[in-house]
Design a protein around this ligand. Structure first.
Ligand code: ITT
Length: 192
């Protein structure tokens, strides 16, 4: 683990994502800093590869320790779509577009996946992935969070969408919180 363990830059443009991750990192004594930009993202259908390359790019460019995260919603009856293309699909189709694609489908099983990559200028990146299993609701509900939160219901809760939860509650079930906790545990284990 790096010398500047307590301060890590999060190479993301998404402030909601940052705030969720920041509160998890606090549990591990890590101060996460919002970078407001990310390294050039590669085209790939592998979230871990995208996150790793993005973390390498930011860390090399700025000579600092960085974290990058790539996440996506994988919907079973759509054979994993939108998956790694979630950002584009959210901007183009949005929640309503996904609901239309699923109209009449009884199978609404889906999962959010998060890949969190850490990189410092002297080492190869390390990546931690986690999943939140759930299903897509039949309409949009709630105003919290971002992205596909209004249509995703995590299995462990089974009732509320992520957008109907506080960020603390979302962090109990979310792919992102789980992946960041894996990173947090690793950072404690690798204490110099
Ligand atoms: P950065 O790449 O700058 O970090 P981003 O918003 O583009 O921000 P991702 O590529 O990781 O982030 O995520 C792709 C999309 O997947 C994102 O724009 C959302 O629409 C959706 N998504 C990811 N995590 C989500 C979450 O926790 N809740 C709702 N939607 C999420």
């Amino acid at each position: 683990m790096p010398k500047d363990k307590l301060k890590i830059h999060f190479a993301t443009t998404n402030r909601s994502k940052f705030l969720e991750a920041q509160s998890v990192m606090k549990e591990y004594g890590i101060r996460l800093i919002f970078l407001g930009k990310k390294g050039l993202e590669i085209q790939s259908d592998n979230l871990e590869e995208i996150a790793k390359q993005s973390a390498i790019a930011s860390s090399t460019d700025m000579r600092i320790s960085t974290i990058a995260e790539d996440a996506g919603l994988f919907i079973d009856p759509l054979r994993g779509f939108p998956g790694p293309y979630s950002s584009f699909v959210f901007r183009t189709l949005g929640c309503d577009g996904i609901l239309k694609l699923l109209k009449g489908s009884h199978n609404r099983k889906a999962r959010f996946v998060s890949a969190v990559a850490y990189c410092d200028p002297l080492h190869l990146p390390i990546c931690f992935s986690a999943v939140s299993e759930g299903f897509v609701g039949t309409g949009t509900r709630g105003t919290s969070g971002f992205g596909f939160d209004p249509i995703f219901i995590p299995l462990e809760n089974g009732k509320k969408t992520f957008a109907e939860m506080s960020s603390i509650e979302k962090n109990r079930y979310s792919h992102r919180a789980r992946a960041f906790r894996k990173f947090g545990k690793w950072s404690i284990r690798s204490k110099p």
